[in-house]
Design a protein around this ligand. Structure first.
Ligand code: NAD
Ligand code: DAU
Length: 350
């Protein structure tokens, strides 16, 4: 796989900005086009260091606008697509499921249609970035493999499952070359503070309560975002047409234990007494349909493509905490607008 003109959707978001940075800097022969609608989650400040590179191009467009997307494909004839643009937050999908169907399902369909129509698809690749949430919820044991049946529980995961199915359907029906990867929870720099880790970091800095859903015993499998970006580059270059790859960090944490670890790191960095931040932990009403446990069997990508995570959780979480402490102006900007309204609505009983 050696296409030159590569479209990345959602490149101004959390994971997208890391993927754009990696491909622009490591593959100077590629022309990278980032299409992003710049929703509340998209932020060009995430890419300030990438902008001066002559092989990087930003195009503001909404993937739900089929006409605009079609015109861009007609004009640029992208060789391959790495599709990350999405509504990505589970709690928002519970408040507004239709937006998730629109962006994640119809937006993906618009891209598939335009790619099929305008690109030399046989030489390229449609790479759909998906989530382990499509597999539903695990009990106390077991791991999600590429053969686990889809069983999504939230409007977000249902919309991602649907988009995965559409990508596979375009492969089977029209011979469109594709790969899909399903990854576990990411953490790292530039993550919007609606997600658990940056939300807690911001609240600890401001001595605000740390909202733990339910009993806090829900489990997630955390992966450093730069490891996800290298996994995406690996799948893009070495993945086999029509295949799915699960990506994860072999790194399960109960939410409550993770928050306590974060509290202790923050106390040390902020010069607070040990145990100070833990006092902020507040158990709040549970997320409806809350998946109990996610855990990924990543042996296929490790065995077949030679990828494995390189950053330990200890190291990754420390880097993340340091990044947020150094970039409090970034945080202030992203929480200054719509976030206030969302936070009030989501945590009103907090
Ligand atoms: P994010 O919410 O941080 O970023 C999403 C980006 O998509 C933003 O830049 C936003 O402006 C853009 N976008 C949203 N709607 C758009 C539209 N209609 N048209 C064009 N652009 C639009 O999301 P993220 O956490 O970086 O996730 C990126 C992708 O990875 C998503 O597809 C998500 O499902 C998937 N994923 C995320 C995680 C995770 O832990 N965050 C894990 C596995 C998979
Ligand atoms: O597994 C991959 C998925 O991980 C991605 O597909 C999603 O885009 C991404 O948002 C993430 O989904 P989660 O719902 O697992 O992430 P979130 O950070 O929202 O929540 C992590 C866990 O923490 C989850 O069990 C819910 C809990 N939680 C979350 C928030 C925001 C709380 O207890 N309190 C909170 O305030």
């Amino acid at each position: 796989m050696n296409s030159k003109k590569i479209l990345i959707t959602g490149g101004a978001g959390f994971i997208g900005s890391h993927v754009v940075r990696l491909l622009v800097t490591s593959y100077p022969d590629y022309e990278i086009y980032n299409i992003d609608a710049l929703t509340y989650a998209g932020n060009l400040e995430n890419l300030i260091d990438v902008e001066p590179h002559s092989n990087y191009h930003f195009l503001k467009a909404d993937i739900t606008d089929g006409t605009a997307i079609d015109q861009l494909f007609q004009r640029y004839k992208f060789d391959s697509v790495i599709h990350l643009a999405a509504e990505s937050h589970v709690d928002r999908s519970i408040i507004d499921p239709l937006s998730f169907a629109k962006t994640n399902v119809l937006g993906t369909l618009n891209l598939l249609e335009s790619f099929k129509k305008h690109s030399e698809v046989k030489k390229g690749l449609f790479y759909h970035i998906s989530t382990d949430e499509v597999y539903g919820s695990l009990g106390a044991t077991g791991l999600f493999t590429e053969h686990t049946s889809y069983d999504p529980n939230s409007p977000y995961s249902a919309s991602k499952a649907s988009s995965d199915h559409f990508v596979r359907a375009y492969g089977a029906t029209y011979g469109l070359p594709f790969v899909i990867s399903n990854c576990s929870n990411n953490y790292g720099s530039f993550q919007f503070p609606e997600k658990l880790i940056p939300l807690c970091i911001n609240n600890i800095i401001n001595s605000k309560s740390l909202p733990v859903y339910g009993d806090g015993n829900y489990t997630r499998d955390w992966l450093y975002v730069e490891d996800h970006a290298t996994a995406i580059a690996t799948v893009f270059h070495k993945g086999k047409n029509g295949e799915t790859y699960n990506i994860g960090g072999h790194n399960e944490w109960k939410n409550i234990d993770l928050i306590k670890l974060l509290c202790s790191k923050m106390d040390a960095r902020l010069g607070r007494a040990a145990g100070e931040s833990e006092k902020l932990i507040t158990f709040v009403k549970d997320r409806p349909g809350h998946d109990v446990r996610y855990a990924i069997d990543a042996s296929k990508i490790e065995r077949e493509l030679g990828w494995k995570p390189s950053v330990t959780f200890e190291e990754g979480l420390s880097k993340t905490v340091d990044w947020y402490l150094k970039n409090q102006d970034w945080m202030e900007k992203v929480i200054s607008g719509e976030y206030q309204h969302y936070y009030k609505e989501q945590y009103s009983s907090d």
